[in-house]
Design a protein around this ligand. Structure first.
Ligand code: ADP
Length: 523
């Protein structure tokens, strides 16, 4: 309890000595070694600006943009209705044949405002539906998700193999999460040696399907083995990505270690531990997009930079009005989250009474599991004028909530990286979070947020108590805010590990290719 407060005392003195631009300049010093520009295909089911269900969309849009200075990165995404109906014109640039039960498709090309080239897998019967990328409006998964995402992954593999005559062929394919995970597998089964990187954004979503689905996907016999994508009698798309990709990454260093342990490994810890020990699994912490800038964000009611606390307060007043809360001086706690078990929102409902009794208020914006949605609504009914709830998600309002709140509540049971805590920090709202995954890597307890050890109510309540004590000391609170605002790294400061990994993976693949015929000859 004492130590974080002491750290924070030091902060008050230090924060003035270390300006934000200075920190940024230091962090952006980049490797002078020239890296060769590579053609990279990003295979992802989400891309913020076109379609987003969570943090994966944010990363898929921001990382290619940041990498563009070093590499020619193009994105492949399914042609969901939202994309086909977007403002961007789409030109057909390739056609791909069907395979097993996977229908033929077209590849469309569109260019985002920032210049990023997006290839769209056009197959109306699979993708042009009302709902999210993964399910219908009631949150039920689409019954044919195995076909939808196998078609998507095979399109990526086909383009890597030069099929469809696109006129652009990647030198490396980077696939993201289970919907793209069959890409390295199809490439391996079809004899395509182009190097692949597979990123796990959330191990809990594995894309599990019954073995009877294998025939639809045209899987070879080896796929059904334990060395393939077989997982306790089922087919695991995610496991296929882990098994067949040349390199695996996940989105923070702590999560990379955690998933090699049984309590976080979702049954894949043995395989992941082996990959980790071989140096084939890396943790690369996410950055944030440069639009997260409170001094210039057009969505804010009033822009502000560190120390402009009166301007930050204008955003607080807006959030109070938005959630029908009377204006007040008590600390404002925010939840901006998918309402899912992973995020520990049930723990927040448990500790809400402590927050309210201490004079705090709470705003909750999110959607997800229906039982959690109704518990959130009940909480607002129980504490009128103290707790406000919006079921749903609105990006602009989420930014205002980060800007207007004092604390962000994020008691995740596990958190691969988490972006929300970094958005909150950047906007001067201190995260109170579990010491797990990327939360442990991006929050320094008592400096730019508060961490607690276990996702249980008592531990969480103790962290909230510490936060309330800091709030009662404005100089300390403001010093922590300054520190938090300077903490998150923009993607351009975080891409070096990816750029180096791409370089290494391509070189390794070339080395193996050069070695194979020689070895074969000797045999
Ligand atoms: P996750 O990807 O697990 O949801 P992250 O913190 O990595 O968590 O990223 C969350 C991103 O999704 C942020 O951009 C956040 O603002 C946004 N977001 C939060 N809640 C929702 C929601 N209910 N629906 C869609 N996006 C949401």
């Amino acid at each position: 309890m004492g130590e974080p407060a002491l750290k924070s005392e030091l902060l008050i003195a230090n924060v003035n000595a270390r300006s934000i631009p200075e920190r940024r300049q230091l962090a952006s010093v980049c490797d002078k070694k020239e890296l060769q520009r590579k053609k990279i295909l990003f295979v992802t089911p989400e891309y913020t600006g076109l379609i987003k269900a969570g943090g994966l969309g944010d990363v898929s849009a921001a990382l290619p943009k940041a990498l563009a200075a070093r590499h020619d990165v193009r994105v492949l995404i399914p042609g969901y209705r939202q994309i086909m109906n977007s403002e961007y014109p789409i030109n057909i640039v390739a056609r791909l044949e069907g395979f097993a039960a996977l229908p033929p498709c077209k590849i469309g090309e569109l260019t985002m405002d920032d210049g990023c080239t997006i290839y769209v897998v056009i197959c109306p019967e699979l993708y042009e539906r009302e709902g999210s990328p993964y399910g219908d409006a009631n949150g039920r998964d689409w019954h044919d998700n195995h076909i939808r995402f196998a078609r998507f992954a095979l399109a990526a593999a086909d383009l890597a193999m030069g099929k469809g005559h696109l006129g652009w062929r990647p030198e490396l394919v980077h696939a993201h999460d289970w919907p793209a995970a069959l890409t390295p597998a199809y490439m391996a089964w079809h004899g395509q040696a182009t190097p692949t990187v597979f990123t796990i954004h959330n191990l809990a979503h594995q894309g599990l399907f019954g073995p009877e689905c294998g025939a639809d996907l045209g899987l070879p016999p080896e796929a059904f083995r334990v060395e393939g994508m077989e997982f306790y009698g089922q087919l695991s798309f995610l496991k296929a990505g882990i098994v067949y990709a040349h390199q695996i990454t996940t989105v923070s260093q702590t999560y990379a270690r955690e998933i090699t342990q049984p309590n976080f490994g979702c049954g894949l810890d043995g395989l992941l531990k082996w990959k980790y020990d071989q140096g084939l699994l890396h943790g690369i912490t996410n950055g944030i997009d440069e639009s997260w800038e409170p001094g210039s964000d057009p969505h804010l009611v009033e822009s502000f930079s560190s120390r402009e606390w009166a301007a930050k307060r204008v955003n607080t007043r807006h959030v109070e009005r938005l959630f029908d809360l009377p204006s007040g001086d008590g600390p404002l706690f925010a939840v901006v989250s998918r309402l899912a078990q992973q995020k520990g929102v049930d723990l927040t409902f448990n500790v809400a009474s402590s927050v309210i009794e201490a004079g705090g208020r709470m705003v909750i914006m999110g959607c997800g599991e229906s039982y959690l949605e109704s518990q959130a609504v009940q909480l607002a009914r129980r504490y009128p004028g103290k707790v406000g709830v919006h079921i749903g998600f609105n990006e602009a309002e989420s930014r205002r909530i980060f800007a207007g709140s004092d604390f962000l509540l994020m008691p995740s049971r596990f958190e691969p990286c988490g972006l929300t805590q970094m958005y909150a920090q950047r906007f001067g709202s201190l995260p109170i979070a579990t010491r797990t995954g990327g939360l442990a890597d991006t929050i320094e307890d008592g400096l730019n947020g508060f961490l607690f050890q276990d996702a249980i109510a008592n531990s969480y309540r103790a962290a909230i108590d510490r936060a309330l004590k800091v709030f009662a000391r404005p100089a300390l609170m403001n010093a922590m805010r300054c520190c938090a605002m300077a903490s998150p790294r923009y993607w351009r400061e975080s891409i070096k590990p990816y750029a180096n990994l791409y370089q290494h993976t391509v070189q390794e693949a070339q080395r193996k290719l050069a070695f194979l015929p020689m070895y074969g000859g000797r045999c």
